[in-house]
Design a protein around this ligand. Structure first.
Ligand code: NDP
Ligand SMILES: O=C(O)[C@H](O)CS(=O)(=O)O
Length: 492
């Protein structure tokens, strides 16, 4: 079991991956004012270690270093940058076990799932390393006989990144990989709950040959202070954020003064729809993955499960059965499907959603209370009899609660599914090709999973519509947000 940084180091094959200083301009440094903040293990509540609590001035130094490092890095060919990114990918995969252990320790994700995130995070570095060689421009037939028109793409400049605790490795690589691939400098500020995964990334990036200053990690508990530096420092050309819509709004307001380009990967409220012609066993398997991955703590988790009346009882019984076979525990100590929630506030939010639903008539089929392990552990829960009057309809639970709504017609469920300010991920199970075509086109979401509960991959564009965000990450589209188009009109 884990209860200190010494203990965590003992669990690692390469203890040097556990860094506690911030990484600025290619150096491992303390905060200018010497402050530190604790990193907790969510399974036990123990302090794993203390890391540097960087200030706004420290962040400004990292931004300056990135601007200086860009001069040489952007002048390299795409192939030269690709070679460094490939080494980084290889090092991540060679150290997958240790990176997974660090991630599990600070975030609580079961070890197997944490190792899966490392492979997922590394896939973005592999993918965008390959894309680095394919930043094509274009020529345009002249509008006059003496004109020759071209369009070239150039790196946007120094990029600032703010990421959440729920994917402390992959949310950084999904941003830094395309930015570095096109020649940008990158300053990452990870969530205070999970700084160690970001620092381990920097250790390996340094070993891979990232030049000093091109990639910095600002660990800090002073999130709003660092965010203001990112939004107000004129050297920053791009802000990329993943997190709640609430914080996304704050950042967009702050960025407006500089007309700062922003990418926003924000909150979700995913509908998961089961039609009466669905393969019920497949739908249950999909719901288990979509709803309960990372203990329900992902922005693309099913948040509302709509089941057509004819199969509602059968689906509910099968889902309850599947949940009953799962295990809750400390992901570092044993093979479990559910670790702890990230903190106690998350436990209280889950309890609030369940209490609201049951007070308005919902029934707890399984779970519904804190786990006997105590602390941040919670029982995976299935609710039936859920209605639109309940908080779970409009608010992201971000926890292990599967609320089952009953519906009658296709038109009804499409209207309900779309009746939200969010538009990130959606899912449905059906077999009629006419229904599949109609529903996939009618859902107002950036992502639609048809007969699958897992949609995330580096090769496809990830992102939302409405108040779930701006821009796309992953796929060849993921490069666009870190490039500027330049139109050249040559008169001969
Ligand atoms: N669309 C997507 O891909 C994703 C969306 N999300 C959404 O994020 C939420 C859960 O993640 P959570 O981390 O709690 O989200 P938050 O929005 O609270 O935090 C996200 C990041 O923003 C930082 N932050 C908070 N306030 C400010 C501020 N005023 N200025 C600058 N930075 C700030 C946090 O720092 P700190 O916590 O250290 O204070 C953290 O690093 C859910 O709503 C989820 O849906 C999460 C992951 C992916
Ligand atoms: O942070 C998240 O929730 C991720 O974006 C979800 S995914 O990319 O792992 O699906």
């Amino acid at each position: 079991m884990l209860d200190s940084v010494t203990n965590l180091r003992d669990l690692l094959k390469d203890p040097s991956l556990l860094a506690t200083k911030a990484y600025i301009a290619g150096e491992w440094v303390d905060a200018e004012d010497g402050k530190t903040f604790p990193v907790l293990n969510p399974a036990r509540g123990d302090v794993i270690c203390h890391v540097a609590d960087m200030s706004r001035a420290d962040a400004a130094r990292a931004i300056k270093a990135a601007q200086l490092a860009m001069k040489e890095w952007a002048a390299r060919t795409g192939k030269e940058r690709a070679q460094v990114l490939r080494k980084w990918f290889d090092l991540m995969m060679a150290n997958q076990d240790d990176l997974g252990t660090i991630l599990c320790a600070e975030m609580g994700k079961p070890l197997a799932e944490a190792k899966g995130e490392i492979a997922y995070g590394a896939s973005f570095i592999e993918w965008f390393g390959e894309e680095a060689k394919r930043v094509y421009g274009e020529t345009i037939p002249g509008h006059q006989r003496d004109k020759r028109l071209t369009v070239i793409k150039q790196p946007i400049g120094v990029v600032a990144s703010i990421t959440p605790w729920n994917f402390p490795n992959a949310m950084i690589t999904r941003k830094c990989a395309p930015a570095l691939a096109v020649g940008c400098g990158f300053v990452a500020r990870p969530a205070a709950e999970t700084p160690l995964s970001a620092l381990a990334l920097a250790v390996l990036g340094e070993r891979a040959g990232l030049p000093a200053g091109i990639f910095s990690v600002i660990t800090s508990s002073r999130s709003s202070e660092i965010g203001k530096e990112f939004c107000e420092n004129p050297t920053i050309r791009k802000l990329t954020f993943t997190g709640s819509t609430e914080v996304g709004r704050i950042l967009l307001r702050q960025a407006a003064d500089q007309v700062l380009k922003c990418s926003m990967e924000l909150g979700g409220n995913a509908p998961f729809i089961v039609f009466d012609d669905a393969d019920l066993d497949a739908a249950v398997a999909g719901a288990m993955m979509s709803k309960f991955r990372n203990n329900g703590q992902t922005c693309v988790c099913a948040n509302r499960i709509y089941v057509q009346a004819g199969v509602y009882d059968a689906f509910a019984a099968k889902l309850k059965e599947a949940v009953s076979k799962t295990k809750v525990g400390d992901g570092l100590a044993e093979e479990v499907q559910f670790g702890p929630l990230v903190n106690f506030a998350a436990v209280e939010k889950v309890e609030e959603h369940i209490a609201d639903a049951t007070s308005k008539g919902a029934k707890i089929e399984i779970g519904g209370a804190r786990h006997a392990l105590g602390g941040n552990f919670f029982q995976p829960t299935v609710l039936t009899g859920v209605t639109d009057a309940m908080i779970v309809t409009n608010e992201e639970t971000f926890g292990p609660v599967a609320p089952l709504f009953k519906f009658d017609t296709e038109e009804e469920v499409i209207a309900k599914a779309n009746d939200t300010i969010f538009g990130l991920a959606s899912y449905f199970y059906a077999r009629d090709i006419g229904r599949i075509t109609r529903v996939q086109e009618a859902l107002e979401y950036g992502i639609v999973g048809v007969n699958t509960g897992i949609i995330s991959t580096e090769v496809a564009p990830f992102g939302g519509v409405k108040q779930s965000g701006l821009g796309r990450e992953g796929s060849h589209h993921g490069m666009d947000d870190f490039l500027e188009l330049k139109y050249i009109c040559l008169s001969i």
